[in-house]
Write a protein that binds this ligand. Structure first.
Ligand code: ACM
Length: 273
């Protein structure tokens, strides 16, 4: 199978134009699973919760999800894309997984970054893996990468590919994802945006360089830093399901979880060692 990304340059608040442009790019993307950036339809640099509310949509009935369902059915592809989900007066930085049969799953970003903590409600559901037939897909949104637990949990739940919707502003993630894929033996598609935003006295420059990362610490595709771009690569799902590293080591089985309880103990991180 082939996996791919659409690296876009959204205009803040121009949902119709942003979606229309992304749909055109989806039509040109030769992949079975296509990943779009975080908040691809709205832009990222919010200045109030009111703006977030105005640009939020319900799922699956909102106009962005409807447009994605239409193109997923037309092209017979699965799409993962970031948007603001409104649900019971809560606003989530979310990603939808849209299938060609019209079904929709939603992931709500668990690790909110910087001022996102002011605008969004934190994700309230566990990391989940979805079997789309050709592979099993886990979803992360941007800053989730900073917490290795995110991808480890997706690996433990059987993900072959991590669909990683991003609006990266720091330069570290792309290289870090090489290690994340190596240590979990899976593929990842990091779909980042390009361009910049200046609003309310604030400025964000997005780092582009969307990429498809392989399980052998290998880059299958890396986009440029400044332009819209489509990237795709062929993957071998059987290769990541076999977690044997050599004759004596099996990646996930060799974990020594009896020594890991500090990771989840109350007060972990307080530094009382
Ligand atoms: C980020 O989580 N958008 C940096």
């Amino acid at each position: 199978m082939r996996i791919g990304f659409i690296q876009t340059k959204p205009v803040f608040g121009h949902v119709e134009g942003n979606v229309e442009r992304a749909v055109k790019m989806i039509h040109r993307c030769d992949a079975d699973l296509i990943v779009l950036p975080e908040l691809f339809n709205t832009g990222y640099l919010f200045t109030s919760r009111e703006e977030v509310r105005e640009l939020s949509e319900t799922v699956p009935k909102g106009r962005t999800t409807e447009a994605l369902r239409e193109v997923a059915a037309e092209r017979n592809v699965h799409i993962v894309a970031g948007l603001i989900e409104r649900s019971r007066r809560k606003y989530y930085n979310a990603a939808v997984l849209v299938s060609p049969d019209g079904s929709v799953e939603t992931y709500r970003k668990i690790h909110l970054f910087h001022e996102e903590k002011l605008w969004f409600d934190p994700g309230d559901r566990p990391f989940t893996v979805y079997d789309i037939g050709s592979c099993r897909v886990g979803i992360m949104i941007c800053f989730d990468w900073f917490f290795p637990e995110s991808m480890r949990i997706l690996a433990l739940k059987g993900a072959d590919v991590v669909a990683h919707c991003a609006n990266l502003v720091m330069p570290f993630c792309q290289d870090a994802m090489i290690t994340r894929c190596l240590e979990n033996r899976l593929y990842a598609v990091t779909a980042n945006r390009v361009g910049s935003e200046k609003r309310g006295g604030k400025f964000c420059l997005y780092t582009g360089r969307s990429q498809i990362t392989g399980p052998q610490a290998n880059l299958l595709y890396r986009a440029g830093a400044g332009e819209e771009e489509i990237g795709t690569a062929a993957i071998d799902v059987a290769a990541v399901r076999d977690k044997r590293l050599n004759a004596h080591n099996v990646l996930l089985d060799d974990r020594r979880i009896e020594f890991y309880s500090d990771l989840t103990a109350p007060g972990a991180g307080a530094g009382d060692a």
